[in-house]
Design a protein around this ligand. Structure first.
Ligand code: NDP
Ligand code: HSE
Length: 436
């Protein structure tokens, strides 16, 4: 059988990894796919630079439209990044009857509903394993391996750059800027690294996970997004003293009132496997009603780990290209006519536990005032740590861990606590998940 023809848009970190792995493992991949997978055209901006990698294996062009309009190409692989240009290219490829593979989580979280609708009506596949957690096959696991389950929640370390930063800062005492530069040099960071640091990249991925786990549309605009830029070293230390690690988690959870979709720094008990996931590694915990908890761990970023996921999609499409579209696995795990309209809960309505740090006057009655406010709002305290004031200091830190409560109660409590004359500055609030 003739090889399936692939057009590659982008030959950067992921594109060059895809080109290299496909060439290196060509024979093995062909035996698995049932026919050859051949990159027959590459588009980049800097054509000469790309030719140095591609050699004379295939033409390199400077205009991506030449790839998406090429009638000989069966699958377009979008590895450019960004949203507007990829949206145009992907929609045009679909309109031209081509299957699409993309690693672009921003594109799918923002324009996924439009893209999947277009693909559905053209009967083509859009595959995106590499868009969430790099080399970890989490999309396939959720969409196929766990298909018997009612998924209850998913929580994961789904941004390698921030996990790398948090790990290196804690273990080696390096400063934020130095570690970020290392993450960029290693090819982990997005072209705009604020997407990583401010939690946006993780929220793109959490949005995709929520759609597949619960059969809802992509709703990135409803996600709560909080990154690590405001996280202070002192809170990482106090968390450790209380037996917790702080990780940037993407969380999506089914509740009786709606679906939680949030990204924020989170305290996790230090004994949990996921609390010990370090460096650029990713890990995703999935709670299904039948299987219980299962965890998926591996490299969440980087050239060849991500290429591994891109090529897995290429093999899937190659195997299924001739199948009736109605017999393929639905893009978002659920049949398109069974998508649910369950709401994403506003952040005030979510329920979780909290770490609170207060700077207080070292005098009698302070704690009683604080705990009275908490009790009035039905917030129950699980653990507390009061530091000895430093010598000649009249202020100290109190750290409290709460039991589960609604976010709106905690916000009200913080507002009242900050008004106390014996409490100085702002109360630091970090959410806590037992993940049990
Ligand atoms: P890079 O910045 O390393 O590479 C981008 C590539 O796209 C370059 O080859 C660039 O060409 C090309 N490009 C940019 N603009 C255009 C354009 N207008 N027309 C044609 N080509 C263009 O990005 P990555 O490989 O890191 O990321 C690619 C995608 O994969 C992104 O969506 C990213 O979010 C996603 N991703 C990345 C991971 C990673 O570990 N890096 C992991 C998982 C997903 P030139 O060099 O000539 O400018
Ligand atoms: N910038 C992303 C990360 C790349 O650090 O996880 C992988 O999606």
């Amino acid at each position: 059988m003739k090889p399936i023809k692939v057009g590659l848009l982008g030959l950067g970190t992921v594109g060059s990894g895809t080109f290299t792995v496909l060439r290196r493992n060509q024979e093995e991949i062909t035996r698995r796919a049932g026919r050859g997978i051949e990159i027959s055209m590459v588009a980049v901006r800097q054509v000469e630079k790309a030719r140095a990698i591609v050699g004379d294996a295939c033409p390199v062009v400077g205009d991506s439209m030449l790839v998406v309009d090429n009638p000989d190409i069966d699958i377009v692989v979008e590895l450019i990044g960004g949203t507007e240009l990829p949206r145009q290219l992907v929609l045009r490829a679909i309109a031209n009857g081509k299957h699409v593979v993309t690693a672009n989580k921003a594109l799918l979280a923002i324009h996924g509903n439009e893209i999947f609708k277009a693909a559905q009506s053209k009967g083509v596949m859009v595959a995106f394993e590499a868009a969430v957690a790099g080399g970890i096959p989490i999309i396939k696991s959720l969409r196929e391996g766990l298909t018997a389950n009612r998924i209850e929640w998913v929580a994961g370390i789904i941004n390698g750059t921030t996990n790398f930063i948090l790990s290196e800062m804690r273990d080696k005492g390096l400063d934020f800027a130095t570690v970020l530069k290392q993450a960029q040099d290693l090819g982990y960071a997005e072209s705009d690294p604020t997407f990583d640091i401010e939690g946006v990249d993780a929220a793109h991925k959490a949005t995709i996970i929520s759609a597949i786990a619960f059969g809802i549309p992509m709703q990135f605009d409803k996600a709560h997004v909080e990154g690590i830029s405001q996280l202070q070293a002192i809170d990482i230390q106090y968390a450790e003293q209380l037996g917790y690690r702080i990780k940037l988690l993407g969380i999506t959870k089914r509740t009786t009132k709606g679906i939680e979709l949030r990204v924020h720094p989170t305290l996790i008990p230090g004994t949990r496997l996921i609390a010990n996931v370090e460096g650029a590694m990713n890990a995703i915990l999935v709670q299904g009603d039948a299987v219980g908890a299962s965890m998926y761990y591996g490299k969440g970023a980087g050239s060849e780990p991500t290429a591994s996921a891109v090529i897995a999609d290429l093999v899937d499409i190659t195997r299924l290209a001739a199948a009736d579209p109605g017999h393929r696995v639905p893009h978002l795990a659920f049949q398109p006519n069974s998508i649910s309209q369950e709401i994403i809960l506003p952040m005030a309505e979510i329920t979780t536990s909290y770490y609170l740090r207060l700077r207080v006057a070292d005098q009698a009655g302070v704690l009683a005032d604080v705990t009275r406010i908490m009790a009035d709002l039905s917030i129950s305290i699980d653990a507390m740590l009061q530091k000895e004031p430093a010598e000649n200091e009249s202020q100290t830190d109190i750290i409290m861990l709460t039991h589960q409560t609604q976010e709106k109660n905690v916000l009200k409590a913080i507002e009242k606590i900050e008004q106390l004359a014996t409490v100085f500055g702002q109360v630091t609030k970090i959410r806590l998940e037992e993940l049990s």
